[in-house]
Design a binder for this molecule. Structure first.
Ligand code: NDP
Ligand code: BG6
Length: 504
């Protein structure tokens, strides 16, 4: 980032926070806080992207002494010098208390008041950000306690909430209603951390700042779109949570649907955050609820020394919870009518990758009718890259065509590149009061409408998922499934990457 970019961000943070903030991390003793929230805050602080007068108070039920607290919140700080850590530790402390007791919240509030006094914060600058790194079972109880006893009228308040936002349309609506009675929509920042990922943030500029791209994002040129999330590890240790939520609620209704809506939405009417969110909602409302016949569900089984999903003690022996799903979504508008959006996600697969693949239509007639299909791939992780698979004349005397690519691999192209963690970007956005990369309540509603009938059917009818071995590409039915929706994998044309031999 250039010095000008950094200064611009600093100015935005300063302007929006009047130079001061107290961040209260609820659930500070937990996994998410230790792995994501604290490292992100630390990194922003180290880069000078927090307000000058900042304090972070951790809050949770565990009775942690200072040493234990410090150990937990510094365990995941990467490349941090002792000096940087000490600077961070100077501005953080921990309060232990209950989530459902008025006295606990009153004590927390007194603690924060005293700190603000000591830090010399005048009225108007006593801003508070409540970061909920908590399980969904206590969301509303905590939000109530905060609203009643810790909400400030001497500055502004923000509440950051983490998924899951309900389990279906009904529970999500109830959660939205409960939260909406306590905090104003502009005070709520619902995190979907995929919206903080570099390549996901790049989708809108890539589409709408390039005249050669967006006009091709439509049913006249695109045959099918695949959005894939593969993880090479199982649900070990999270079986209890996962069994209730399954892969569809865990990563598809939220992360992958966010990616899909950015790929498919029309150009936002303006460049303010609400216009982007309006465009997403407009698109989501045109997506039809998923039909069970357009799905393939899987569950991993043991393979060698790798355990099966049901080998986890916290998973019931008769669980039918899918750990893999391929689902097809259709958008009922002029731009996309007829194009299948194939979403695939799974645990315990052969590799780690998240990408979007737009596969273009065949050349229909003439000399190049046999050509392989073009593909535009946006690799979200690991290793951000955009590549366009094209047909090209093989260099030399031959007229043979080969499949090759225009390749923008970030690490090769961008010097001194440093890509922040998604949480760092999103917490910075909270400081800048920018809601673009957060989920709005009506967006959630539209998202759940697409998935709820399918989820209810799976739960009610206990639909048996197909088994697949740990470490495989998924159920053996997968290749036929994607073929059925138009995906063509070209196996004739030799495609090699990164260096191609033209002698073949
Ligand atoms: P991929 O290997 O990513 O796969 C392309 C498609 O074919 C995916 O839909 C994939 O399904 C499917 N597929 C993969 N293996 C099989 C199989 N055995 N049977 C049936 N279907 C299969 O192909 P690409 O052509 O995009 O890339 C080839 C390689 O080159 C990749 O390793 C890629 O990372 C690399 N590459 C890297 C670039 C970069 O880093 N800049 C640029 C270009 C290429 P599924 O999604 O289920 O796996
Ligand atoms: C979380 C899911 O929301 O996203 C996890 O609960 C999943 O199951 C994770 O592993 C994936 O996020 P990332 O950033 O590691 O791709």
């Amino acid at each position: 980032m250039s010095a000008t970019d950094i200064q611009q961000l600093k100015d935005q943070v300063h302007e929006n926070m009047q130079g001061a903030v107290t961040i209260v991390v609820l659930g500070a003793s937990g996994d998410l806080a230790g792995k994501k929230t604290y490292p992100a805050i630390f990194s922003l602080l180290r880069n000078g992207l927090m307000p000058e007068n900042v304090h972070i108070t951790g809050y949770a039920r565990s009775k942690l002494d200072r040493n234990e607290y410090v150990k937990r919140i510094t365990a995941h700080l990467k490349d941090a010098s002792e000096e940087q850590k000490n600077k961070f530790l100077e501005v953080t402390d921990y309060v232990s208390g209950q989530y459902d007791q008025d006295d606990s919240w009153k004590s927390l509030n007194e603690h924060l008041d005293k700190l603000e006094e000591k830090r010399g914060l005048k009225e108007g600058r006593r801003n508070r950000v409540f970061y909920m790194a908590l399980p969904p079972s206590v969301f509303v109880t905590v939000a109530r306690g905060l609203r009643k006893f810790v909400y400030t009228d001497k500055g502004h308040n923000r509440i950051v909430v983490e998924k899951p936002f309900g389990k279906d349309l009904e529970s999500s609506t109830e959660l939205a209603k409960d939260l909406g009675e306590l905090f104003k929509e502009e005070e709520i920042y619902r995190i979907d951390h995929y919206l903080g990922k570099e390549m996901v943030k790049n989708i809108l500029p890539l589409r709408f700042a390039n005249m050669i791209l967006d006009p091709t994002f439509c049913n006249k040129t695109v045959d099918n779109v695949q959005i894939t999330l593969k993880e090479p590890f199982g649900t070990e240790g999270r079986g209890g949570y996962f069994d209730e939520y399954n892969i569809i609620r865990d990563v598809m209704q939220n992360h992958l649907l966010q990616v899909m809506s950015l790929i498919a939405m029309d150009k936002p009417a303006g460049n303010d955050p609400e216009s982007t969110r309006d465009a997403k909602v407009k698109l989501l409302r045109k997506v039809k609820p998923i039909d069970i016949k357009d799905t393939l569900l899987g569950q991993y089984v043991a393979n060698g020394d790798k355990p099966g999903y049901k080998d986890d003690d916290t998973v019931p022996n008769d669980s039918v919870s899918p750990t893999f799903a391929a689902l097809v979504l259709y958008v009922d508008n002029d731009r996309w009518r007829g194009v299948p959006f194939i979403m695939k996600a799974g645990k315990a697969l052969d590799t780690a990758k998240v990408d979007v693949r737009l596969q273009f239509r065949d050349v229909e007639e003439g000399l190049f009718k046999q050509a392989a299909r073009n593909e535009l791939v946006l690799r979200i992780q690991p290793g951000e890259a955009i590549y366009y698979k094209l047909n090209n004349k093989s260099p030399g005397l031959t007229y043979r065509q080969i499949v090759t690519d225009l390749d923008l691999t970030y690490k090769d192209r961008y010097k001194d590149m440093s890509i922040p963690d998604a949480y760092e970007t999103l917490i910075l956005d909270v400081m800048r009061s920018d809601h673009s990369n957060f989920v709005r309540d009506d967006e959630l509603d539209a998202a759940w409408r697409i998935f709820t009938p399918l989820l209810h059917k799976i739960d009610r009818e206990k639909i048996q998922p197909k088994p697949y071995p740990y470490g495989s590409r998924g159920p053996q039915e997968l290749d036929d499934f994607v073929t059925r929706y138009g995906f063509k994998r070209d196996t004739k044309a030799p495609y090699e990457w990164p260096v191609q031999s033209v002698g073949k």
